[in-house]
Design a protein around this ligand. Structure first.
Ligand code: DAH
Length: 359
């Protein structure tokens, strides 16, 4: 190879390597291989080369051309990739929203309110026993809230409820439901038996102190079948209370009582130590919930034949069992939305209640 060709190849290789972008690279290509390019000129001059050297010279020129083309192609690929990278970097849009700064002393991720947490736990425990969740409206008819539940007008049980009445059409008086029991009626009217539901939800009574709020929560339970007995009621509630409070041998007592919508009716107590507040220990009893076998009149009010169907029902206050489980002495912070209290008392939003987690 002659010196002129060798230096042309070396200069071209250096120019290709130094080309900062595709446009510069194209300029190098034109300068060498274009119509007036330096290598093109050498190829054109081939005719003037003496015949005995022409062959060798031609082969050397072609080899140089091929090498330069390959180098151009390699650099082009490199520069194209770099250009794409640069474009991707320049056009990137940040679609994430910056997190809002947490208030001092609060959980940055938020936390689950203890009432919501208890509802999740109830759903997990009763769900494992085959219950589904039913719901009803906060504003109820007098009939669903009282009448159908065998609480007629002038029944003394009405006075106990401190009801919020609302103005209604045609002299009717809708109420803010005083308990979740009306959803028993709604469920039996819309769902053919057998029935197995729990009803967590808001309830309302005109009552306000450290352990009562005008708005509070209850959970109702209803089981209807052909052969449901008091034994089922007891087994179901004992299992529930032991799972919920996490005490395997929690003492549970069934004490006869009165509710208009059940016969027989029972109040359910758990063992505790009145002095220390410890659940499951000591010789004292603490009332937790009301229950009983669904009254035949209630079944009949819902179109079910009491000679064919029977079942049990129960109801309890969600705030009350939450306060007992977590040792919360006062009900009012539940509704004050103090984020410091919620961060302290709430639970991890990423660990939902589950039976195997021990609710
Ligand atoms: N509804 C009653 C209350 O609010 C609680 C209750 C007692 C519900 C006995 C029931 C039951 O389903 O069987 O005080």
């Amino acid at each position: 190879m002659t010196d002129d060709l060798r230096s042309l190849e070396a200069e071209t290789a250096a120019a290709i390597a130094a080309a900062p972008d595709l446009r510069a690279l194209e300029a190098v290509r034109i300068g060498v291989l274009g119509r007036n390019g330096s290598l093109t000129a050498l190829l054109k001059a081939l005719g003037a080369v003496p015949a005995e050297q022409r062959r060798e010279r031609g082969a050397a020129l072609n080899a140089a051309k091929a090498a330069i083309e390959a180098a151009l192609e390699a650099r082009r690929t490199e520069l194209e990739a770099a250009a794409l990278e640069a474009r991707l970097a320049a056009e990137r849009i940040d679609i994430t929203l910056p997190p809002r700064p947490a208030a001092p002393g609060t959980a940055a991720d938020g936390s689950i309110h203890p009432i919501s947490r208890t509802m999740e736990e109830l759903t997990a425990i009763f769900g494992a026993m085959g219950f589904t969740v039913a719901e009803g409206p906060d504003i109820e008819s007098d009939w669903h809230n009282f009448g159908a539940l065998n609480i007629p007008d002038h029944h003394p049980a009405r006075q106990d409820h401190d009801t919020f009445y609302l103005p209604g059409p045609d002299g009717r008086r809708p109420v803010l439901r005083t308990h979740t029991s009306p959803v028993q009626i709604r469920t039996m009217l819309t769902q053919p038996p057998p029935i197995r539901v729990i009803v967590p939800g808001r309830t309302f009574r005109a009552d306000h102190d450290a352990t009562h709020s005008p708005m509070f929560h209850q959970v109702e339970g209803l089981v209807i079948g052909r052969d449901i007995t008091l034994g089922h009621l007891k087994g179901c509630l004992i299992d529930f209370l032991r799972a919920f409070f996490g005490i395997r041998d929690l003492p549970v007592r069934f004490r006869s009582s009165y509710f208009p919508f059940t016969e027989p009716s029972m109040e359910v107590d758990i063992g505790w130590n009145r002095r220390s507040g410890e659940l499951g220990a000591g010789g004292d009893w603490l009332e937790i919930l009301g229950s009983g076998m669904v009254h035949p009149k209630v079944l009949a009010n819902c179109g079910l034949d009491p000679r064919e169907w029977q079942g049990f029902a129960f109801g309890m206050g969600i705030e009350r069992i939450t306060m007992l489980k977590h040792g919360i002495p006062d009900l009012r912070p539940f509704y004050e939305s103090d984020v410091r209290w919620l961060a302290h008392t709430g639970s991890d939003p990423l660990s939902p209640a589950s039976l195997h987690g021990g609710v």
